[in-house]
Design a binder for this molecule. Structure first.
Ligand code: UDP
Length: 269
């Protein structure tokens, strides 16, 4: 076991599976199965899901709508996805709580940091809906912010590609994948990991990010078991990674609330 508390970011778009819109039942069940597999090992799991399979704020202009209104529609879309995931997990007997950045009291609890942490400590999967509850943000930013607030050990960004590449692998056949990269390098090379707000939040709080392929069954569990999958983004430098490539954020005094990583001894810088 490597991490004790993780924040898993899933894109809404990935929930579509092969469809053009909405939620693919098979994909939803796959994600729930993956989450269950790690939650039942005692890992505290928080999840943020996007809403791109239903609505994104930037689409509002195409409809002649107000951007802010569109963003709120996008946030509500994330609540729909979160409710679907909650239900899928509960069908598998996984206790969950849905905490929303927008108050929708009939269907979810309001986001309260202490409550979120308590739920995690009690072994409930916590799903954060409605992003951060403010327009002009993305669910990537919500994932970074909530991860910092709950003192998660890592943000796991589940995508359809298996990491960060030197170039777009779908366009450039010579593109190669980074196993590890620093925040600085990502910025210098202008690589697309998350939007800048989300990325900066992680960088400034020394919160490692792992970009990995969530659509390959078993990958989440493999990651948690310490396998080097996808791309790990850290501050770099001495003491930032264990011999197994596992980040040791404990060494950063700025992020002093982080718990030690089970099974990996932090190297002394
Ligand atoms: N959104 C927002 N504030 C937030 C999170 C999300 O306004 O804190 C809106 C925004 O319009 C965004 C949409 O919700 O486009 C759906 O989220 P996102 O695009 O991040 O979903 P994903 O790309 O992960 O499917």
């Amino acid at each position: 076991m490597t991490y004790q508390r993780i924040l898993l970011k899933l894109s809404g778009e990935a929930l579509m599976g092969q469809q053009q819109y909405g939620i693919d039942a098979e994909r939803l069940m796959q994600y729930a199965t993956e989450i269950k597999a790690v939650a039942t090992q005692g890992i505290q799991v928080a999840v943020v899901i996007g809403g791109g399979n239903i609505f994104r704020g930037v689409q509002a202009e195409h409809f002649g709508l107000d951007r802010v209104q569109g963003d709120y529609m996008g946030m509500l879309a994330t609540v729909i996805n979160s409710m679907a995931l909650q239900s899928a997990l509960e069908k598998m007997d996984v206790p969950t709580r849905l905490l929303s950045g927008l108050t929708i009291q009939r269907v979810c609890e309001p986001y309260i940091r202490r409550r979120a942490v308590r739920h995690l400590e009690k072994g409930r999967v916590v799903i954060f809906g409605a992003g951060i509850g403010s327009p002009y943000f993305t669910t990537d930013s919500a994932a970074s912010l909530r991860a910092i607030e709950i003192e998660a050990d890592v943000v796991l960004k589940g995508t359809r590609v298996n990491g960060i590449y030197t170039a777009d692998p779908e366009k450039d056949p010579t593109a190669t994948r980074y196993a590890e990269i620093t925040f600085e390098e990502v910025m210098a090379k202008n690589l697309n990991v998350m939007d800048m707000t989300a990325f900066t939040l992680c960088k400034e709080n020394n919160l490692p990010i792992i970009v990995f392929d969530m659509n390959t069954p078993g990958n989440l569990e493999r990651l948690i078991a310490g396998e080097s999958l996808g791309t790990l983004v850290t501050m770099g430098g001495p003491g930032q990674t264990s011999p197994a490539g596992i980040p040791t954020p404990l060494l950063d005094p700025k992020h002093s609330g982080l718990r030690p990583l089970v099974g990996s001894q932090p190297e002394q810088a």
